[in-house]
Design a protein around this ligand. Structure first.
Ligand SMILES: O=C(O)CCC(=O)C(=O)O
Ligand SMILES: [Fe+2]
Length: 523
């Protein structure tokens, strides 16, 4: 289970505090132990000096002879015990196994590579420069400390372990540059060279790979693979022209994660949004919804983000206080989404959705019940058949790959047991505003919605005839900076026969209920 929720990262800061404490305690314990040893040493030396003073006849005295032997047997035994009695094991166990406030287990090697992978994903999606990232710079802004050569190297190694030689090469190059000017050095150059050479080879540059491997063999003559690798690269270049300058480094990114929509999706995540069609610009963009008696006094602001298929933003429909309650209720329940492996039948973490989520029932807290009622007020859709409120928290690089919320024809059984029909619409509350990234994007429509706290995004997943609307395919972009909390409500078909009657005419506004007075002009 990776540390996918921000709450986990907060616990990890706690773990770091524990580590600090344990190191202090360990040093204290060791100091005491070494002091005891020092006392023994002093004692030995004092007695030895005395013996030297007396001269060789010192041991002709039976008492002295006895004491000398005792010092080298029973006393030495004590010294031996103290020397062996390094309490490291105990303190290490304390940290890694039974941490006192262990809400979260201690991170392992695979967590480090998971965090590095998240960094690489962010780098791709947001086109972040390796050199910038390694210097703590994101989008031209200094957001953290520069990494050491070894920090950079570890990211490259995570890429290497995934056979992602594009990122390996890029990070190893930067690690090497960093190491050149680093003082004190955080690692050995020879550690980088083998990875750098291999990724160059993978990117088609065998001559440079050979060059670096020769250097490796030279600076680390005992390296277990350097000489063999030199030969391997040389064999590869047999008969090829080796004269002239080394070929330039060309580093190409290869995608193998099977997401065909990647380019469009990533561009939207970066906010590269195609301009709206001209007729859209002329249409109504926002209105006040006051089609219920109490809404006359406190109308709901509605922003129409796009027509056909419709997407609207209901403004200020959940308060900061309500958000705090919901987050508090959800936090202890947050779990990483799992999917069943079709071959083994085992539950695995879904890689398409990296976030943690929890469900909250209306009965659990009046605030949840109130939010559920409010959804009915602003959507005019019957909530009796809706699913529970789902809360999601996206941590480091958290995202949700492109998907449909409705069940497709081939997924006939998806909501069968519920007997409520398909998911007709989605309400997505934004419960935080990440500093960067984390947009909800409709990759077929060129629509990107950047989370705005307190608002709720709404769209219909089904066409009026009940067919799934394939245009509603959407994704949650990785969070680049900050925290993303959302909660969503999946509304079902059953119960909406009167509130969303089948198409009356083609006018898109009738997709929407309520009076349509633009709020720009309203008091
Ligand atoms: O978090 C988002 O922006 C989208 C979430 C989503 O698509 C879902 O929960 O179905
Ligand atoms: Fe969704």
């Amino acid at each position: 289970d990776l540390f996918t929720a921000i709450a986990d990262m907060e616990h990890m800061l706690g773990a770091e505090k524990d580590v600090m404490g344990v190191i202090d305690q360990y040093i204290e314990a060791e100091r005491e132990r070494l002091n005891k040893l020092r006392n023994f040493a002093d004692e030995y030396s004092k007695r030895n000096a005395h013996a030297e003073e007396v001269g060789p006849e010192f041991v002709t005295n039976p008492i002295n002879a006895y004491l000398l032997i005792k010092r080298l047997t029973s006393e030495w035994k004590k010294v031996e015990d103290i020397m062996r009695n390094n309490a490291a094991e105990k303190y290490i166990k304390n940290i890694t196994q039974n941490r006192v406030n262990s809400q979260v287990r201690f991170p392992q090697e695979e967590d480090l590579s998971g965090a590095a992978t998240a960094l690489l994903r962010l780098q791709d999606t947001y086109k972040l420069d390796t050199h910038d990232l390694a210097h703590g710079v994101i989008d031209g802004e200094k957001v953290g400390k520069p990494l050491t050569a070894h920090d950079i190297f570890e990211v490259g190694r995570a890429a290497y372990n995934q056979r992602d030689y594009y990122h390996t090469l890029s990070w190893m190059q930067v690690a090497m540059n960093k190491l050149e000017n680093e003082e004190p050095k955080s690692m050995e150059e020879s550690e980088i060279l083998e990875y750098l050479a291999y990724s160059l080879y993978q990117q088609g540059n065998v001559r440079r790979a050979l060059n670096l491997t020769k250097r490796l063999a030279q600076i680390a003559p005992n390296h277990p693979r350097a000489k063999g690798n030199v030969k391997w690269y040389e064999d590869m270049l047999q008969g090829k022209d080796m004269e002239g300058e080394l070929p330039p480094i060309v580093n190409k990114r290869v995608e193998n994660d099977g997401i065909v929509e990647r380019d469009a999706y990533e561009a939207l995540c970066r906010g590269e949004i195609p301009p709206p069609e001209p007729e859209h610009a002329k249409k109504l963009r926002c209105y006040l919804k006051r089609d219920k008696p109490f809404l006359k006094l406190a109308p709901i602001k509605v922003e129409i983000l796009r027509f056909d298929p419709l997407a609207v933003l209901f403004k200020d429909v959940v308060s900061d206080e309500e958000i705090e309650v919901v987050k508090e209720l959800a936090t202890p329940k947050l779990k990483r989404a799992t999917v069943q492996n079709s071959k083994t039948g085992e539950l695995e973490h879904a890689t398409y959705r990296i976030s943690k989520s929890a469900w909250l029932k209306g009965e659990e807290h009046p605030v949840v019940a109130r939010i559920n009622r409010r959804i009915e007020d602003f959507t005019n859709l019957n909530q009796a058949t809706s699913e529970e409120l789902q809360i999601a928290n996206y941590g480091l690089g958290g995202h949700y790959d492109p998907h449909f919320d409705f069940a497709r024809k081939e997924e006939k059984n998806a909501f069968k047991s519920l007997n409520t029909g398909n998911r007709i619409a989605t309400v997505l509350f934004y419960m935080s505003q990440p500093e960067r990234g984390g947009a909800t994007v409709f990759n077929h429509l060129g629509t990107a919605v950047f989370p705005s706290k307190n608002d709720a995004l709404f769209w219909y997943n089904l066409r009026r005839n009940g067919d799934g609307d394939l245009r509603t395919r959407h994704a949650a972009c990785p969070v680049l900076m900050g925290v993303k909390w959302v909660s969503n409500k999946w509304i079902h078909e059953r119960g909406q026969e009167f509130t969303r009657p089948c198409g009356l005419d083609e006018n898109v506004q009738e997709n929407f209920v309520g009076d349509l007075s633009p709020y720009e002009n309203s008091p």
